[in-house]
Design a binder for this molecule. Structure first.
Ligand SMILES: NC(=O)c1ccc[n+]([C@@H]2O[C@H](COP(=O)([O-])OP(=O)(O)OC[C@H]3O[C@@H](n4cnc5c(N)ncnc54)[C@H](O)[C@@H]3O)[C@@H](O)[C@H]2O)c1
Length: 352
């Protein structure tokens, strides 16, 4: 296959990153755009020179001219769109989270298997060049056995409203929306160990804080603060079968002094931080060293990671290669996320 003809479904906030990156990849052609909101679809099609626009995704999928699609819609549509696209013979890049439930995830996995097409899950953090560098260090045993990880993504004011805050369409709140990024990042860098137990809590105490003035925050394309059926904050302790553990907390709203993002992993030979900036911690000649790798960006660089993610998808489609973030990992992440919600609802530790 030479150039890959792309259809984009969903033209809200995240789609712009897909579009910008496809536009810069000479192996991709942005051929069609689809959104329920026709005006939005047409504006984007004009901006990126796409020939066709649709409001009904099935019409886009029926077009034999499209080789692959990016799914950039609400989480409740991911399973339906992935399965329909795979059955229509399209390769799929689906935004995180893969879907809302483990049942949906297993249906997608089956559709991938039957179709033989590529499905890449949009775990964009994996495609950050610092993460790939750290993964190489980890794979070569520089940190020894990574037995503990700790990640935090705290927004004090950051409930995006609209579908994000509607559990029917999102499947959950900050955990499934932003927690998925750092849980996947830790799990991937720990070598994808098998989960044994989860003990978690969710809280719904302060609401979406839409009354706050003078401080702006990220909002859904169709922002609406009137409905909020998701948690404000989730925390969890995940224990793996190899004895390692992961602690996370993640919020949309919290009476915190400031937003915070930290991702730290600890091994028996060394440790490292990914967020807020890359640091490697090690020992030499009875001395502790904090090593700062010299790279283009010491902290997560969204634009270049996105470009890498899109370039990788195009390469996988062209060469029939298995993606770095395959459906199986999307399924495992749904087991973890849903396990966290289940443990919190039961008020006790659960065993996977
Ligand atoms: N990778 C990241 O860092 C990142 C960041 C933000 C969002 N996301 C993910 O991207 C997806 C979209 O989020 P967003 O922030 O762009 O939301 P958004 O609300 O800004 O945009 C979603 C768009 O999808 C459209 N849509 C919904 N259902 C549709 C359907 N059946 N057919 C056609 N169009 C449909 C809506 O009309 C809207 O324009 C979500 O799964 C979200 O988790 C990922």
């Amino acid at each position: 296959m030479n150039q890959v003809r792309i259809g984009i479904i969903g033209t809200g906030s995240i789609s712009e990153w897909h579009l910008k990156a496809y536009a810069k990849n000479s192996g991709a052609i942005i051929a069609a755009i689809c959104d329920l909101n026709e005006q939005r679809a047409k504006q984007i099609a004009e901006k990126y020179g796409a020939e066709k626009t649709f409001t009904e995704y099935r019409e886009l999928l029926a077009d034999p001219d499209i080789d692959a699609i990016s799914i950039c819609t609400w989480n409740n549509t991911h399973a339906e769109l992935c399965i329909a696209a795979l059955q229509a013979g399209k390769n799929v890049l689906v935004e995180k989270p893969l879907c809302r439930t483990v049942e949906e995830a297993l249906l997608i996995e089956e559709a991938v298997r039957v179709s033989g097409k590529i499905l890449q899950v949009g775990f964009v953090r994996r495609y950050d060049s610092n993460v790939q560098m750290l993964r190489q260090f980890a794979d070569n045993g520089e940190f020894g056995d990574i037995y503990y990880a700790k990640a935090s993504t705290i927004r004090r004011l950051g409930n995006p409203g609209g579908w994000f805050a509607d559990i029917e369409r999102s499947g959950g709140g900050p955990l499934i929306d932003i927690g998925v990024h750092v849980i996947d990042l830790c799990w991937y860098l720990m070598g994808r160990p098998k989960v044994k137990t989860i003990s978690a809590n969710t809280y719904n105490k302060v609401g979406n804080r839409s009354h706050i003035r003078n401080l702006s925050f990220y909002k859904a394309a169709d922002y609406d603060a009137s409905k909020n059926t998701v948690e404000d904050i989730a925390n969890a302790l995940i224990r793996f079968e190899n004895g390692a553990s992961l602690m996370i907390d993640v919020s949309f709203t919290l009476h915190a002094k400031q937003d915070e993002g930290s991702v730290k992993l600890f091994g028996d030979k060394g440790g490292f931080e990914v967020d807020p900036a890359v640091v490697i911690v090690t020992e030499k000649y009875n001395t502790i060293l904090n090593v700062h790798p010299q790279t283009d960006s010491p902290s997560f660089h969204f634009e270049s990671a996105f470009q890498n993610e899109i370039n990788h998808f195009i390469e996988c489609v062209q060469q029939g290669k298995q993606p770095l973030s395959p459906v199986e990992d999307g399924v495992e992440m749904m087991r973890i996320l849903c396990g966290i919600y289940e443990s919190a609802a039961k008020g006790e530790e659960i065993r996977l």
